[in-house]
Ligand binder design. Structure first.
Ligand code: UDP
Ligand code: MN
Length: 261
């Protein structure tokens, strides 16, 4: 077994669909490393069998809620409490090092060099670049770190109610750490940022390696379908690598013919 793994999380069938496309994009990138999915009871049996067929390994986890509905309501995303579940990653001690990817990310080009970075490494958040975005990060599984994170979370909560706030508080020295901890933006590019800085996109766009469909519109919500090459690439991978293996209901969900949920 590879000592390095890409790790993602899905707590329901929608995010599982994202995870399937993400896994297919990693396979297309010819990664040398394993793919590991964390999932919860919220994922249906048929979706689980799809996940097990593309991911090398899986772990079932319980949802850790931040019990902080007030803060979550403040940022308008009550669903993010669930992402406290992300702390479970540190328990994957069968690996020496992992890279976490949100299920709403897409790997455009091989990014195996991310595993050369130390814990903790992440890219800036476009909303507040002195903080990191927790959709892509390098970490070293450790029972000890897991315990400390849980204790820290229980004691301090999270300033935004989600995992990004908690991880930024815990790894609060990130901004001033040396450059190996600060991932280049090409590893966590959010489409909104492309449209807000078109000239930079023209100059650097071809170097982009990982796209992150951050925010409330996701590529698997086909009614939200936005224009742009990366939305199209997500859809292409869905059509070519994922849809053919799904049951009729799930394909219909993907193509919006029936209201699956
Ligand atoms: N997630 C999940 N179920 C949910 C919400 C989130 O599995 O109901 C996982 C999934 O891996 C997702 C990540 O947590 O990509 C972070 O949430 P999201 O990507 O929606 O947050 P954003 O990047 O838009 O802030
Ligand atoms: Mn995300």
């Amino acid at each position: 077994m590879s000592k390095f793994a890409w790790v993602t999380l899905a707590t329901n069938d929608r995010y599982a669909l994202g995870a399937l496309v993400l896994a297919a994009s990693l396979r297309r990138s010819n990664t040398k490393y394993s793919l590991h999915i964390l999932y919860t009871d919220g994922v249906s049996a048929s979706m689980k069998s799809q996940l097990f067929s593309i991911f090398n390994n899986s772990t079932k986890v319980d949802i850790l809620d931040s019990n902080d509905s007030q803060n979550l309501a403040l940022i308008g995303r009550p669903d993010l409490g669930i992402t406290f579940t992300k702390l479970h990653y540190w328990r994957l001690t069968e690996y020496e090092k992992c890279v976490f990817l949100d299920a709403d990310t897409l790997v455009i080009q091989n990014s195996d060099e991310l595993f050369e970075h130390p814990e903790f490494a992440a890219a800036p958040d476009i909303g507040w670049p002195d903080l990191f975005n927790s959709g892509v990060f390098v970490f070293v599984p450790s029972k000890d770190t897991y315990q400390k994170l849980v204790e820290f979370g229980t004691q301090h909560g999270s300033f935004d109610g989600g995992d990004q706030g908690l991880l930024n508080q815990y790894f609060s020295r990130w901004r001033t750490m040396d450059e190996s901890h600060r991932l280049p933006f090409i590893y966590n590019v959010t489409p909104g940022s492309i449209y807000s800085y078109k000239a930079a996109w023209q100059l650097f766009g071809s170097q982009v390696k990982i796209i992150h469909f951050l925010g409330s519109s996701k590529p698997w919500n086909f009614q939200d379908q936005q224009q742009g090459q990366h939305w199209e690439y997500w859809r292409q991978i869905f059509d070519e690598d994922v849809a053919g293996n799904l049951s009729k209901d799930l394909v219909n969900f993907g193509q919006r013919k029936v209201d699956y949920f």
